[in-house]
Design a protein around this ligand. Structure first.
Ligand code: ZN
Length: 241
């Protein structure tokens, strides 16, 4: 059983009729709904709007999804710190779309995470450039999304461990759109599609990628002891006694 928590700001949905039409119960609920079809996952949600990502829930989470955009600065520094520490101890972290600028993701990356962007209602083609990676399992050489915001290079992230997807935009831009990182014991996946005004989280390919990502970032064990600072005797001491 993998314990998944889907976190969303949940402000766009309250403030925009257009977003509410696409995600009447919030982006988090749409993601949770398809994840719940897998009985190996225990799926819960939390939002900034409801202020309900408690210590108890975070400390009982194996994989945390993060969708944020307009309220990055409203996320308490203390919460971002707790998320970072939980990742270092082993929790998987999946940053979606505009979460590239979220406090937890930037803390984990250590860079600006800036990129180029443009809302131009165009399609995008997502190329699978690492078909042997578990996150790309079942995904064709490429798939297309009808409409999304353009996110393009230069994306100021550290060199990814695995580059799994590259997105092509009709405007000419490219984007490293599916990247993995390891920080401490934790595994991280960033995935670019997912602007709030488009039904991207209902897309079957996107859902397949996110299912795969849950299983890939999920930890075998979350144990701060593994990376704790120790001052032991030398193992050879045992022979000298
Ligand atoms: Zn967006």
């Amino acid at each position: 059983m993998i314990k998944v928590t889907v976190w969303n700001e949940y402000y766009h949905e309250h403030e925009s009729e257009k977003v509410r039409e696409v995600y009447p119960n919030g982006i988090h609920s749409a993601i949770a709904e398809f994840l719940k079809t897998d009985e190996n996952l225990l799926v819960r949600t939390a939002t900034l709007y409801e202020n309900n990502l408690t210590d108890e829930l975070l400390n009982d989470t194996d994989v945390l999804f993060w969708w944020g955009h307009m309220k990055h600065s409203a996320v308490p520094d203390e919460l971002a710190q707790k998320v970072q520490e939980r990742v270092l101890h082993g929790m998987g972290f999946i940053a979606l779309h505009s979460a590239h600028h979220s406090k937890p993701f930037k803390k984990l990356m250590g860079t600006s995470c800036n990129l180029r962007w443009r809302e131009d209602d165009k399609h995008e083609r997502i190329w699978n450039v690492c078909p042997t990676h578990p996150i790309a399992k079942g995904i064709d050489l490429f798939f297309e999304i009808d409409k999304d915001e353009m996110y393009g290079e230069l994306f100021d992230i550290p060199k990814p461990d695995d580059l799994i997807f590259i997105t092509w935009h009709p405007g000419g831009e490219l984007m490293r759109s599916g990247c993995t990182f390891r920080r401490g014991n934790g595994k991280i996946f960033y995935f670019q599609p997912g602007h709030e005004t488009y039904p991207i989280f209902y897309d079957k390919n996107v859902q397949k990628v996110l299912f795969n990502a849950v299983y890939w970032v999920a930890p075998d064990v979350i144990d701060p002891e593994i990376i704790s600072c120790k001052h032991p005797e030398s193992p050879e001491q045992a022979y000298l006694k």
